[in-house]
Design a protein around this ligand. Structure first.
Ligand SMILES: Nc1ncnc2c1ncn2[C@@H]1O[C@H](COP(=O)(O)OP(=O)(O)O)[C@@H](O)[C@H]1O
Ligand SMILES: [Mg+2]
Length: 329
């Protein structure tokens, strides 16, 4: 690739040299600046092979802005993080450019993907640093799973954000503002929310285009869903009017348990009229095993039916976006 070709690729994206450098940095974990882009375009410096390869990779779709998805339920241990990690990996496998934001101080997604919280924190590459220390997102993301997608790691420091955000002007809009800077670098940005409806979850709902609600198929698990739906309705009324709900993802389902089957039937009866209910994620030891192996479950499950619901969600997202594009065209 020569200078004029690189320039044509940049202009085709509608990027300034600065925006192009930021996009490359987000994709490749580098620190290029606009001067470097200018030297490549002018032919005074050789274009790295990895940059040429990235620009030649056919991408099925380059949209203007990423679709931002909050994965939320104020109940803990219902499979939010598993859904976030696996849907991110499934979208990446389908050729999408994906950023997973760990928005939970418990940092389960960060741990699941084998990233050291201490190192991320030391380097200022965490959601906390992005939201409260002015760290640009593009400088904080970490490539994971052999570079297939990016993670914005979390640490326990983020627990301080709950009170610090309350002191910020428009403190529920901080994540939305910070993510806007990388909206062009990704097709999907997934937000793994903490298990409560505090400032971080409100930030995620304000930043999102849509919400996926994982619900465990156990007795009483759906009791918290109306409160979450009510919160989503308020967020819609107060500033994010287009916030939609992708649907409910039933999780940890054991088909041979009468109770699980009854809960799934209840869930469908109560919410199936207005919300999509995805196929249930079965309960399986492969989930904790994949966490221990620091791999997405979709990459290691020997039985594809165990992880099929994540692929179903990933495909439905891509389909919905394509339909939307066709409607706009
Ligand atoms: N389908 C499943 N079957 C068995 N264990 C699961 C399943 N999904 C998640 N887990 C395990 O349950 C625990 C909680 O899941 P997690 O995704 O972290 O929930 P949350 O993010 O809602 O707190 C984790 O240890 C995870 O490995
Ligand atoms: Mg979690």
């Amino acid at each position: 690739m020569d200078g004029p070709e690189l320039r044509a690729a940049r202009e085709a994206r509608g990027d300034t040299q600065q925006a192009f450098a930021e996009w490359l940095n987000a994709c490749m974990d580098r620190r290029y600046d606009k001067g470097r882009i200018s030297r490549w375009e002018g032919g005074t410096e050789k274009i790295p092979q990895a940059v040429a390869d990235l620009l030649r990779t056919p991408v099925q779709r380059r949209r203007d802005r990423a679709t931002v998805i909050a994965i939320s339920n104020q109940k803990g241990g219902v499979g939010k993080t598993s859904a976030a990690v696996n849907i991110a990996a499934a979208l990446a496998t389908l050729g999408q450019r994906v950023l997973l934001v760990d928005a939970d101080p418990q940092a389960s997604a960060t741990v699941h993907l084998g990233i050291s919280q201490a190192e991320a924190s030391e380097a200022g590459r965490t959601t906390f640093h992005v939201m409260l220390k002015d760290q640009p997102v593009a400088n904080a993301v970490v490539p994971v799973c052999d570079g297939r997608f990016h993670l914005l790691p979390s640490t326990i420091l983020l627990s301080a954000a709950e009170t610090e955000l309350m002191a910020e002007p428009m403190g529920t809009l901080v994540l939305r503002e910070r993510l806007a800077g990388v909206a062009r670098a990704y097709d999907y940005i997934l937000l793994d929310c903490p298990p409560h409806l505090g400032m971080m979850t409100l930030n995620a709902l304000a930043a999102a285009n849509s919400v996926l609600i994982p619900v465990q198929t156990e007795l009483l698990a759906m009791m918290g869903v109306p409160l979450l739906l009510d919160t989503i309705a308020k967020v819609r009324r107060r500033g994010n009017p287009d916030l939609s709900i992708i649907g409910i993802l039933p999780t940890m389902f054991t088909a041979r348990h009468t109770q699980d089957r009854a809960t799934l039937a209840d869930l469908t009866e109560r919410f199936g009229g207005s919300l999509r209910i995805f196929s249930a994620v079965p309960r399986s030891t492969i989930f904790p095993q994949s966490v221990a192996a620091a791999q997405p479950t979709v990459d290691v499950a020997s039985d594809p039916s165990t992880v099929a619901p994540f692929r179903e969600v990933a495909q439905s997202l891509i389909q919905a976006d394509q339909t939307e594009e066709a409607d706009v065209a």
